[in-house]
Ligand binder design. Structure first.
Ligand code: BGC
Length: 269
């Protein structure tokens, strides 16, 4: 399978680090023009270094600052993308964060911040992307689909997660957002899917892999016995963005080394 995204324009939110950076690199390697979104000034340097890697590899891209939880900023970002590249073909709704706390100690700020970025951010970006897809219509030389949206969800759209109620609630909601959009826009040839990563080695879950002891404990949850890498997610995102997955829509695809098959039951139950 030789995937060529042939200059399709891919916007990856939260692409200055972690899974987003991996997805941005993979999209560029597959020939897409990549918009590397980053949230604020503090992340600009990292966004530029992702862009440099893309340029060094002969790819095309640009950086774009935007807090995805702010409607005016999202509208402005999409304007910038369309002005720069003419349209948008692929949205990877990736930006997300954790603010963990035992539920009885969770502040409204911790709850709201996670919901704002992880859920409202995906709503705002998906809405602007769909508006652009509908405006442009299908361009057969680019793709048989009118547009592709990939939501970055988590195994925690399915696995409850004590101490992370805000995060798990945001990911559970993304499942319904994704499926509803797939249902609502399927007849307009817009494909909408979710990637549900397990433990991927990025800054968001550093405490789960930074010591040998932590990594060892993590392996109790992963039958395949390795932590995931951003390239694992990048490869799946490229497939979902390509016409090779043209019959895939409304799907949550778990990519987790088997985390969702509940390893504890291998010897118990
Ligand atoms: C979380 C990570 C966690 C993983 C598996 C992800 O969605 O962001 O912190 O390691 O799920 O539990």
């Amino acid at each position: 399978m030789n995937i060529n995204l042939a200059k399709q324009v891919a916007l990856v939110t939260g692409a200055s680090s972690g899974i987003g950076a991996g997805v941005a690199r993979a999209m560029a390697a597959a020939g897409a023009r990549v918009v590397i979104n980053y949230p604020n000034e503090a992340a600009k340097e990292s966004a530029l270094s992702v862009l440099k890697d893309i340029h060094d590899g002969g790819g095309e891209g640009m950086i774009c600052s935007c807090d995805v939880s702010k409607e005016d900023q999202v509208i402005h970002m999409f304007k910038e993308v369309v002005e720069s590249y003419g349209t948008l073909d692929i949205l990877v709704n990736n930006a997300g964060l954790q603010r963990d706390a035992p539920f009885h100690d969770m502040t409204l700020d911790q709850w709201q911040f996670v919901i704002d970025v992880n859920l409202t951010g995906q709503f705002l970006c998906a809405r602007e992307a769909i508006r652009e897809f509908l405006r442009r219509g299908i361009v057969p030389e680019r793709s048989v689909a009118c547009g592709k949206i990939i939501h970055m969800s988590s195994v925690h759209e399915m696995i409850p997660w004590a101490g992370h109620a805000n995060y798990a609630a945001s990911k559970g909601a993304i499942r319904m957002l994704m499926q509803t959009l797939a249902q609502e826009y399927g007849d307009r040839k817009i494909r909408v899917n979710s990637i549900c990563p397990g433990a991927i080695q990025t800054p968001i879950n550093k405490s789960a892999w930074e010591t040998p002891q932590a990594l060892n404990n993590l392996m109790n949850l992963i039958p395949y016995n390795r932590i995931g890498q951003p390239t694992d997610i990048g490869n799946l995102a490229v497939f979902l963005a390509s016409d090779f997955s043209d019959y895939v829509t409304g799907a949550s695809i778990f990519i987790d080394g088997g985390m969702t098959v509940f390893e504890g039951f291998a010897t118990g139950g």
